[in-house]
Design a protein around this ligand. Structure first.
Ligand code: ATP
Length: 239
């Protein structure tokens, strides 16, 4: 297992947002986290990436206990978190935002390497090449999402945590974004995907976990969950 989470609980003050979550992600899979608003999906990603300190339980990544590691150390171990709402540096250019994604590699990576990495990302998202010198804050929503993912890729992660990448995007853009996510998997990146759009997420993912009020209530192969009556009734609009 690349990522194992065992009986994890996280709190906001007295409020328990995660209530003993256990899950596992294998190298090379896309695992979707599905659930209603407030189920705890974002809290779970924040707990993995070190933005939140869990109170109980354990998170293991590639044999390392990362339960209480800082976000910087988690990135260094190979986990890249693309947060909900993107959190780009709006007054910096597209190029500089991409370079910041490689911040922790700045000592090891040569200028040439970083340029090659940016070129590879621009090959996936050609619009970023066109907008290289534009300020990130002036990009459209879809372009900003691509930049956020591109910035995450600049960290050369083994595991990417994607929080609601389709939020606010037009269906066609979502389709191409999901194709990119599938390409990342083909290139060997493991992905944990949080999505409101459960149908699209389950079509893309290998496996999925359904969260309700801080607990895992269902888990399985994404294809099986797509056929599951409870999942259909609650998350797929009954179709
Ligand atoms: P959404 O799809 O709406 O983003 P989610 O599944 O990602 O939902 P979380 O954002 O993880 O859910 O929230 C889980 C629970 O924790 C919710 O009950 C929420 O109200 C609570 N919560 C989240 N952030 C905070 C906070 N900063 N302070 C207090 N409670 C919070």
């Amino acid at each position: 297992m690349l990522l194992s989470i065992d009986d994890l609980s996280s709190y906001y003050g007295q409020i328990q947002a995660l209530k003993g979550i256990s899950l596992a992600v294998e190298q090379g899979e896309i695992v979707a986290l599905v659930g209603a608003n407030g189920a705890g999906k974002t809290t779970l990603l924040n707990s993995i990436s070190g933005l939140m300190q869990p109170r109980e339980g354990c998170i293991t990544f590639d044999g390392h206990d990362i339960t209480h590691k800082s976000p910087v150390d988690v990135v260094k171990l190979g986990i890249s978190h693309v947060p909900e709402h993107r959190q780009l540096f709006g007054t910096m250019t597209v190029q500089d935002n991409l370079l910041l994604g490689a911040y922790h590699r700045r000592r090891q990576a040569s200028r040439k390497q970083l340029e090659d990495d940016i070129a590879a990302i621009c090959a996936i998202f050609p619009i970023l090449a066109e907008r290289k010198n534009q300020l990130a804050g002036t990009l459209s929503g879809g372009e900003q999402q691509m930049l956020a993912i591109g910035r995450g890729m600049m960290a050369k992660p083994r595991l990417m945590l994607l929080d609601e990448p389709s939020l606010g995007l037009a269906p066609l853009i979502v389709k191409s974004l999901f194709e990119v996510i599938a390409t990342l998997r083909e290139d060997g990146t493991t992905i944990v995907l949080v999505e409101q759009n459960a149908r699209a997420a389950l079509r893309l993912a290998d496996r999925a976990y359904v969260l309700e009020t801080g607990k895992v209530v269902l888990e399985g192969a994404a294809d099986d969950l797509l056929q599951d009556e409870r999942v259909q009734a609650t998350y797929l609009g009954g179709h």
